[in-house]
Design a protein around this ligand. Structure first.
Ligand code: HEM
Length: 509
């Protein structure tokens, strides 16, 4: 190359690099405010990851309810005006699409499919995870919860002594394992010899699975953001391989009571020729999707209740009344109670407490890819030009959940926030005198709205219901402070505590 050519090549590389780093991107007329941050390419990613909610709140104060930020080479437009969510949700699939989620699933879980299963999945969710199916699933959840909650209480039961535990650990132990057994099936008493042996196998196996799940869950936030060091990536791969084996259909097939959801998700893919190894990966995706959020939500709910004697009393009263109306009472050493779906429909106070907990701790970021240049119309008539290749995100936690106008005193747990004075479900919330359509969005929205929400609510309610039915429970130190949330998990679903809290429980009857 001549000297002139070398110089040209060098300059081209420099400009290409700067272009890649996003240095030349400028806000064009009609676009939302652009905030690239001061670090080329990385932009605001460090502050974003340090405390996402705080960062979004800062950007909102600086730029208003729509702005574009640079996060690790990607330009993300955050829409924080909840009145405009409806327009966004209705936006055509040619313009924005949910592809970012499948990319994350591939990176984190190693699962991908050549065929688009969106509409098939929707049909399977409708058949197996919606309201009417919960009748049958309730029975199975109750059976599995009781097996775990009442196991090994024999001697304590006689003496009515307190059993000590750590609350998050306890909730994981019961809720994860009961959820897993309900969806993936129970050991068969035919294969194991008798029911006792099958129950023991379920307990041992689910405990071992939870142990590994917990390790993977710790790595999850860094895996999502692709910042795990090589040793962490190695450990994640080891754990994934463990789950692919433990959840393989080869092993699951021999169980009883496998849920229709798991069966159908497996079968439709197998019939279309998906390999067994990819199907094993899918099983782990389903385990993670179904078990990662119910544990922390159950933890926060029990903790908030134990910190609030009035709420505790109101719930106890409701549970006792529903149980009495069903003609049952707990007898010391007697048979387990039978909690039905109909009974769960008569618990408005518990419903409100669950919804309030979700408002406080469920903080997903809902992201779509922008597939072509588009114009976003806001509810107040403003229009913004959004570029192809960018992303659009909604963070309902900041936009809605902790907005003091919609939910006064937003960081305080109020068990009856979602109750009307008449004791029915409250759905009227206002901002600036206008009724708010989306007053809480723990489940996401649109095509990717959590299909497991009925199952999740059912499981959390049943767990708390049975806690009240069987146990007295309280914090060991009544002055215990509510732990800080672990800030690394913003945007990924339900928040987790950064420390556990000690509590104890004993049989009520
Ligand atoms: C408190 C518990 C739960 C919370 C807060 C929660 C939240 C969410 C959210 C926010 C999404 C949407 C993600 C997005 O749009 O980016 C989602 C998706 C999903 N959830 Fe849940 N979830 C919970 C429990 C469950 C349970 C129990 C199941 C299964 C029984 C489940 C199955 C799924 C599945 C399969 C998806 C992906 C849907 C798809 O795009 O096909 N979730 N969840």
């Amino acid at each position: 190359l001549s000297f002139k050519q070398q110089i040209t090549l060098f300059l081209a590389c420099i400009f290409g690099g700067l272009y890649f780093l996003g240095v030349f991107r400028q806000r064009r007329p009609g676009e939302p405010p652009l905030d690239k941050g001061w670090i080329p390419w990385l932009g605001h990613i460090l502050e974003f990851r340090r405390d996402t909610a705080k960062f979004i709140q800062r950007m909102r104060q600086k730029h208003g309810d729509i702005f574009t930020v640079q996060l690790g080479g990607v330009y993300v437009t955050f829409l924080q005006d909840h009145l405009s969510f409806k327009q966004f949700i209705k936006e055509s699939r040619e313009n924005i699409y949910f592809t970012t989620f499948s990319k994350m699933i591939l990176r984190v879980f190693g699962y991908e499919s050549a065929f688009n299963y969106t509409s098939i999945n929707q049909e399977i969710y409708r058949q197996h995870l919606t309201g009417h199916r919960m009748h049958m699933m309730t029975e199975s959840i109750v059976r599995n919860l009781q097996k775990l909650m009442l196991h090994n209480l024999g001697s304590a039961a006689k003496q009515k002594t307190w059993t000590e535990g750590e609350l998050f650990n306890y909730c994981c132990n019961i809720v994860f394992r009961a959820g897993y057994l309900t969806l993936f099936g129970n050991a068969s008493s035919k294969t194991e010899g008798d029911e006792e042996k099958a129950n023991t196998k379920d307990r041992i196996e689910s405990e071992a699975l939870l142990h590994e799940f917990h390790k993977y869950d710790q790595l999850f936030p860094d895996l999502v953001y692709g910042v795990l060091p090589p040793s962490g990536r190695k450990e994640a791969f080891r754990l994934k391989s463990h789950f692919w084996d433990a959840l393989s259909m080869k092993k699951i097939k021999s169980k009883d009571n496998i849920s229709g959801w798991i069966w159908d998700m497996y079968n439709v893919r197998r019939q279309r020729g998906m390999s067994e190894s990819m199907l094993n990966r899918l099983m782990f995706v389903l385990l993670f999707a179904s078990q990662s959020n119910t544990r922390p939500v159950s933890f926060w709910l029990l903790l908030y209740l134990m910190k609030d004697p009035i709420a505790m009393e109101a719930l106890k009263k409701e549970v006792d009344m529903v149980l009495k109306e069903s003609g049952q009472e707990v007898q010391p050493g007697g048979p387990p109670v039978n909690v039905t779906y109909e009974m769960l429909m008569k618990t408005p106070v518990l419903d409100s407490a669950v919804e309030e907990t979700l408002r406080l701790v469920a903080a997903p970021i809902l992201t779509r890819s922008v597939l072509q240049d588009m114009t976003l119309k806001m509810a107040d008539g403003r229009e913004f030009f959004i570029r192809k290749g960018d992303r659009m995100s909604v963070f309902p936690y900041v936009a809605i959940h902790v907005d003091p106008e919609i939910h006064p005193d937003p960081y305080t747990f109020k068990y009856d926030r979602f109750l009307t004075p008449e004791g029915t479900k409250k759905t009227d919330f206002y901002q600036g005198g206008k009724k708010v359509e989306y007053y809480s969005m723990p489940w996401g929205y649109g095509v990717s709205k959590c299909p497991g929400r009925f199952f999740a609510i059912n499981e959390i309610k049943l767990f708390v219901f049975l806690m009240f039915v069987y146990f007295d429970f309280e914090l060991i130190n009544s002055g215990e402070k509510i732990p800080q949330i672990n800030l690394t998990r913003w945007g990924l679903g339900a928040m987790q505590p950064d420390t556990d809290v000690k509590f104890h429980y004993r049989l009520r009857h």
